[in-house]
Design a protein around this ligand. Structure first.
Ligand code: GLN
Length: 467
């Protein structure tokens, strides 16, 4: 008999066919917007190119359409160069030179702080040129090479400049030059305007594919670690910082509406690319050269809007964690050790088994799961054997906390459990923790590697307490 193998193909097919459907729909329905021509070379793009790519934080890629068609990064370079400046100088020193407030203005607006000339944020051109100038180097060539290497690390392979696009913007980029001169005259920009602008135009002209965009976005989604190469490019603190600025400023004067409609940090470029990031889950790249009046890809925006709703990616639409943190809540009445005890002990335990609560928790426990776990502990300690109103003296209770299936305790959860268990121990609740190798350090009266031993230990103690 022939067996069907379940490899990558069927999983890939499910996701890819959704991407394909979304892409085909915008290709059929949407021809609005126009290709950028203020950089003449960009106007040569085929307006019908259309691609979407998604890469998971495990590095699995899914693509549809013209995902291998080269495009230049343009403004999509900005969050990555900002990340490099942050890595070089630290959050505070960068913040003193470029803000993180949405400007509510176009990408090429003169949005500088009165008096200081400090640009509003690093996602508009003025702030991006400032970030470029902050990248540590002794000369312009070295600065660009460091930027190119950083962008390459985000993409997972060596990237190069589209010289024609670079030359085209060098020839026509007077508005950016003017912006740089304004910043310099206010004392905000240090060093040579020509060098700064040239390095900035080069980073904008770095050539990528839509698939590269998705890997770069996935690196931000994955705490700064490229999920394909495994290389830690900027670390999770900087990745988180960059994502926050993308969320508020990445789509220029459409950023608020974008957060409503798509709900993901994103960055667009005038060549028609957009990256969007679902933190901890996916990086997405889309491409379509026709732009709306904000300079954002029309098809790209539509594809991301649909992707976000189809895959339920909106950051503010988080439903409560699906699996329960406590998968078993019972008392020692159900314990096997109890049933094998001699008659007198069994009778005693039968009456009092409710004083031994048994809880088993599972999964990755972060703040919200820890909060639920603490409530369950509280409720289980209040549990009484049926039909009994009063507990015998002394009032001691026992809690068996089975943590064998807990995969990770986040620092906030560790802190909460630590404080609560300490409190319980001080109030006559004896805690027996079940876990192999004592891998989680929590306060307890006893540590066991299986549940039966923990329950038997509590029962012995209960029998002693009854005497
Ligand atoms: N190189 C372009 C410029 O500075 C980038 C702008 C953009 O992509 N929005 O005008």
């Amino acid at each position: 008999m022939k067996m069907t193998t379940l490899g990558h193909a069927p999983i890939g097919h499910v996701v890819t066919s959704t991407l394909q459907g979304i892409r085909n729909r915008v290709v059929a329905d949407d021809r609005s917007g126009s290709v950028a021509d203020y950089i003449p070379e960009l106007s040569l793009a085929n307006p019908d190119w259309c691609a979407v790519a998604l890469v998971s934080v495990e590095g699995h890629p899914y693509v549809a359409g013209d995902a291998a068609q080269p495009l230049t990064l343009q403004s999509i370079s900005k969050p990555f160069v900002y990340a490099l400046a942050l890595a070089d100088l630290g959050l505070e020193r960068v913040a003193s030179r470029v803000g993180s407030e949405p400007s509510g203005e176009a990408f090429n607006a003169i949005s500088l702080e009165p008096g200081t000339g400090r640009p509003a944020n690093p996602m508009i051109n003025a702030g991006a040129m400032m970030a470029t100038s902050l990248v540590r180097a002794s000369n312009a060539a070295e600065r660009f090479e460091r930027i190119r290497q950083c962008l390459s690390a985000f993409a997972g392979h060596s990237l190069s400049v589209d010289e024609a696009v670079f030359a085209s913007e060098m020839e026509t980029g007077d508005r950016n030059r003017a912006l740089a001169y304004l910043m310099r005259s206010a004392g905000a920009l240090q060093g040579s305007v020509n060098e700064c602008v040239e390095v900035y135009f080069r980073q904008c002209a770095v050539s990528v594919t839509t698939r590269d965009l998705a890997v770069m976005a996935a690196t931000l989604a994955n705490g700064g670690v490229n999920p394909v190469t495994g290389i830690d490019v900027v670390g999770d603190r900087i990745a988180g910082h960059v994502l926050s600025v993308m969320a508020t400023c990445g789509m220029y004067d459409f950023s608020g509406e974008w957060l409503l409609q798509v709900g993901l940090p994103a960055k667009s470029g005038v060549s028609g690319g957009i990256i969007a990031v679902s933190p901890g889950q996916f990086g997405i790249g889309v491409f379509g050269p026709r732009l709306d009046r904000h300079g954002n890809s029309v098809r790209g925006t539509n594809m991301l809007r649909e992707l976000s709703s189809r895959f339920d990616l909106h950051l503010m639409h988080r439903s409560p964690q699906s699996g329960p943190v406590v998968y078993r809540a019972t008392t020692a009445a159900a314990s096997p050790s109890h049933r094998t005890r001699p008659g007198e002990e069994r009778d005693a335990l039968q009456t009092d088994a409710g004083r031994i609560a048994i809880l088993a928790a599972q999964g990755e426990i972060e703040f919200a799961a820890a909060e639920r776990l603490l409530w369950t502990i509280e409720h289980s300690l209040e549990a009484r054997p049926e039909g009994r109103a009063l507990r015998p003296q002394p009032e001691a209770q026992w809690l068996v906390l089975d943590l064998r299936r807990v995969t990770r305790l986040h620092p906030a959860a560790t802190h909460m459990l630590d404080a609560h268990l300490t409190h319980l121990l001080a109030h006559d609740v004896f805690i027996a923790i079940v876990q192999p190798d004592e891998r989680l350090l929590l306060p307890a009266a006893g540590e066991f590697d299986n549940c039966d031993d923990a329950v038997a230990w509590c029962e012995d103690a209960l029998l002693v307490a009854r005497r």
